[in-house]
Every structure is written in C-alpha cells, then in structure tokens.
Write a protein that binds this ligand. Structure first.
Ligand SMILES: *Cc1c(COP(=O)(O)O)cnc(C)c1O
Length: 533
C-alpha cells in the first residue's frame, strides 16, 4: 500500500479544511442569493436523457472542488422554494435557524439508532420529541416518539401499533387468518393507502369515510362502517384521523371519533382501534392552543381571531389521540427529513420492541436510550431533532404564532377577495389553515348558485361535467398566459376530499407556506383570475 497516496486522501477528504469549506459554502450561498432575483420554478431544463446512459465517475482522486462541480448543475437547477410566488403545495422555504441545526447535524453525522453511536444526539431527540408532545397533547404524562424520514413512515408506525393492539404478537406470529381493516376519511392522505398495502392489511380493506363540506369525517358514517365491519367479525386496527388535510385543511373531530370507537368496541366486545392522527400539515395549529384571544397580546388581526378560536378548539382533541404524525419539514419550516411519530403513552411503543437476541450487534442496548430496539429503521439521521430544537428556540413560541397567524390571514384575504367575485366560489371558507381551494367559472356565471345546485345534486350529469370542464379550462388558460415573474404558482387538485353525492370535487388551490408572500401577490392572483374568466 502506498502510504503517501492514502495520506493524500486523508488530508483532502477526512481532514477539516476550514478555508476550502468556507470558500465552497460561500459559493453555494452566492448561488442561493442569485436565485432570489429569478422567477420560481425552472432554473435549468432537465437532462434525463443521459442521466442513466452516462453515469460516469472520475477515476483519479480529486478534491473538494470536484465534489462541488459534480453537484453544482443540479444544485443550481433545483428550486429552493424561497420565492414568495410559490403557493402550489404544502411546501415552504426552510428557515435558516433550521439550517444552523441541520448543518450541525451534518457536521457530526450522528446515527440516532443507539446512544453509543450518537452520544448526546439521542438526548436531543428525547428533548425535541417531548417539546413537540407538550405542544400537541397539551397535558400528557408519558409521551414518547421518534423521528422518521417522513409523514408516510410516521403514519406507518401508527398503523403498525394498531395491528399489534388488535392482533397481539403479530410482529412475531404474523397475521394468519385475522381479517383486518383500517379506517381513514376520504380527504385523508394517500400515505394511508401506502401503509395499508405495506402492512399487509391491503388497500381494499382500508375504508374511506365520506367528509362533510368542511372536509371533516362524517361521524355517523364512521359509526355505520364500524357496525358493518364488526358484524362481519373484522378486526379494525386503526382509525387515522386527519388534522389539516393536504388540499383544504379539513380537520377531523378527534374527540368525537374517540367516543364512537370506544362505544362500538364495548358494544361488540372487541379491542378498540388505535386512534392515530395524521397532523403532518396541521400540527402547527397547536402553537395557538394557549393563546389568549381576549387580551390578544400579539395584536393578531381581529378578522382571524375566530379562526384562531376554531383552531384552538380543534387542537384540544389531540389529547384524545393515541399517537400523532407531525411533519416539521412542512409548516415547521424545517429541513427534510424532520417528521416525528409521537405517542401519548410511552408504553404503547413497547408493542414494537425487539428482543435483545433479535439485534445481536446492539447487545448492550437499553430500551430507554436505544430506539433501534423498536424503530422500523436501523440507522437514523439526526437532522430532525437538530432542525426542531434550533427552529423552536430560534423562532420561539410567539414567533411561530405570528408566522402561522400571518399564513391564516393571507389565506383569509384571498378567500374573501375570491368570494366577492360572482364567478368564483371558495370551497373551504370555514377551514382555519393556510389553504385556499376554489372554483373559477367563466364571467357571467353565478358560481355560488352553481355550486349550491352541485352540492344539492340538482345538476344533470352533463351540466356538472360542463361546469367542471370550465373550472379546469380556465386554470389551464391562466397557466398558459401567466407571467412567471409576477404571477404566483398555483396548483389544481383533482379531488379535495369532499364528494357531495359521490362526485369528487376538483379545485384551484393555493397554500400560504411562505412568510414572504404578501398582499400584492394576492391582489395579482385576483386580477389574473379576472383576466382569464
Ligand atoms: C405530506 C403529507 C403526508 C406525507 O408526509 P411525507 O413527509 O411527505 O411523507 C401525510 N399526511 C399528510 C396529511 C400530508 O400532507
């Protein structure tokens, strides 16, 4: 072995060269700043054609600049979501306190699987999980949880706990003949279908309960579905409620669901389903739970106080949940991956524990410090806890309150302006979050009246199809004529989760996740709609 060559590799790639690193970080930051002056979206066109055909790598060892050059076109060609014109989905810019946390995690690269691989980072995970649990559950005795790589996986943990509850020992024995089902709402996220498939329940056995016009699960339908399943001797592993649906910010009545599942379980003498809440988007509403509306110390605008109150009331329902998914990488403005799965009672997680002889190389593992004893993953990144604690303590409780109230106000402003146009109809006026879903029909049509007839099933199928076609056509027209430098990027949902008489409801959509978005952006959206209608 040529010791010199090894030494060269060590000095280039395994020794911290502050000057080189600062220079390259500086260059990356300059590119990020340069991006701010450009319209959002396509910085560079893609080249998928040769991505697979030409995956060449260097033969000779190079240096850190080769590393930079290898990724730079993709870094520059990727949108950092800093633009205030990005309103298309539940995706905002990460905040820079989170960057400080995430960079710290990357520099040390802790592995959260066991205490000995991450030294104090598991302690930070316990701390951040407990902080989040206190926000969510409000009063809780023994919360616990772990960071996962996304809301999908956090929901999967919830689903798995449900299976272990109604089919104890399934982890070891398998499901055998047990007929299982799970329940969500029609406005629930598709990750629930993912977990039903992956956990062996089967997509066909995941039942979607219709929602009301606030995109909230219809509780009488839930009750009927439970009767139906229990009469067929099917074990209902879980009900996954949603707090803040992805399209329209619908909120399920968690307390109401709890009451029904307990009552039905008693009636049929079975174990109650696990009640998991998918709050991937909506969990931030919990920052407002204890806000004193009467004295309004942050001087939040009067018009949003009723929405804050709605949010507070809904958030009290979390105390009835068994477990919750929160995506800090959505409205926590944190970095990927920062999703947390949190249980209200720590003993629930014991259902997932592996035996020490199942994890031979963690012979010393201790349930309290070594999540690898129950996590789905083995290695786990430290970004989540670092992003969460850096953000929560940088921005602070009141900082988050202001940011969330601001998003609510922007959404309300757009809702009010749209609703004032005769040819527009807002479809989620009552939901308190930062989402706006609406219809645009051609000028001259009375959108509210048409929607009323749609909801009451008074339209013929042809009429219905005609109107929905118009809503889509006008959206495409705006897309085709918009000026990307000034017109916000919106999106179109094929179904916002409310289906009057079984007909799915498509809509235009905007989500206010970027605190830089301002009134001028909203006014421009409205005038662009007036132009195309
Ligand atoms: C985004 C989202 C998910 C999935 O979360 P990922 O972090 O993208 O895996 C689940 N549920 C809801 C309601 C979501 O909005």
């Amino acid at each position: 072995m040529d010791k010199n060559r090894i030494q060269e590799l060590v000095s280039t790639f395994f020794t911290c060269d502050r000057k080189q690193l600062m220079e390259i970080f500086g260059e990356l930051l300059s590119a990020l700043e340069a991006e701010q002056s450009l319209p959002p979206g396509h910085l560079m066109s893609r080249n998928y054609e040769t991505a697979q055909a030409n995956p060449e790598i260097h033969t000779l060892p190079g240096n850190l600049k080769d590393a930079r050059d290898a990724i730079f076109p993709f870094f520059w060609g990727t949108d950092s979501w800093q633009s205030k014109l990005h309103l298309e989905n539940v995706k905002g810019p990460p905040n820079f306190a989170s960057l400080v946390g995430a960079l710290a995690a990357l520099l040390k690269n802790p592995n959260l699987c066991v205490d000995t691989y991450c030294l104090r980072s598991n302690e930070l995970e316990v701390k951040s999980i407990t902080s989040l649990a206190n926000l969510i559950f409000y009063h809780t005795q023994s919360p616990w949880g772990v960071f996962t790589i996304g809301g999908t996986i956090s929901n999967l943990y919830g689903g798995k706990l449900g299976i272990e509850k109604v089919c104890p020992g399934a982890m070891r024995k398998g499901l055998h003949e047990t007929k299982l089902a799970g329940i969500v709402s029609e406005a629930g996220h598709y990750s629930n279908a993912t977990l039903a498939g992956w956990l062996g329940i089967g997509l066909q056995n995941l039942h979607a309960i219709p929602t009301d016009n606030r995109m909230s699960m219809k509780l009488d339908h839930l009750e009927k579905k439970l009767d139906e399943l229990y009469r067929d001797k099917i074990a209902v592993a879980f009900v996954i409620a949603t707090f803040g649906t992805t399209d329209a910010f619908g909120i399920d009545d968690i307390r109401g669901i709890r009451e029904i599942i307990e009552r039905k379980a008693k009636q049929y003498d079975v174990t109650a389903p696990h009640l998991h809440v998918d709050a991937a988007v909506g969990w931030v509403g919990c920052f407002l739970t204890e806000y004193d509306i009467a004295s309004n110390p942050l001087a939040l605008p009067k018009e949003i106080l009723p929405l804050v109150q709605t949010m507070q009331k809904a958030a009290m329902g979390f105390s009835d949940a068994d477990s919750v998914t929160i995506d800090f990488h959505k409205m926590g403005w944190g970095h990927y991956p920062s999703s947390a799965f949190i249980v209200n009672r720590r003993e629930d997680l014991a259902r997932l524990t592996r035996r020490l002889d199942d994890v031979p190389y963690f012979a010393e593992a201790d349930f309290r410090h070594d999540p690898a004893l129950f996590t789905l993953e083995c290695s786990r990144p430290g970004i989540g806890p670092y992003s969460v604690m850096a953000s929560l303590n940088g921005i602070g409780l009141n900082g988050y309150r202001l940011l969330i109230a601001n998003a609510m106000q922007l959404a309300l402003r757009l809702k009010e302006k749209l609703e004032a146009l005769e040819f527009c109809k807002v479809l989620n006026f009552e939901t308190p979050g930062p989402h706006v879903c609406w219809w645009v029909l051609p000028r001259g049509r009375n959108a509210k009246e048409i929607f009323r007839r749609f909801e009451n099933n008074e339209l013929t199928p042809d009429e219905r199809q005609q109107y929905l076609k118009e809503v889509r056509r006008l959206y495409r027209k705006r897309e085709a004529t918009m000026d990307p430098a000034v017109d916000a990027r919106l999106s179109f949902s094929n179904g916002i989760g409310y289906s009057p008489h079984g007909v799915t409801l498509p809509a235009w959509k905007a989500v206010f996740f970027n605190p830089q978005t301002d009134d001028a952006v909203i006014d421009r959206i409205v005038s662009s709609i007036e132009d195309v209608a």
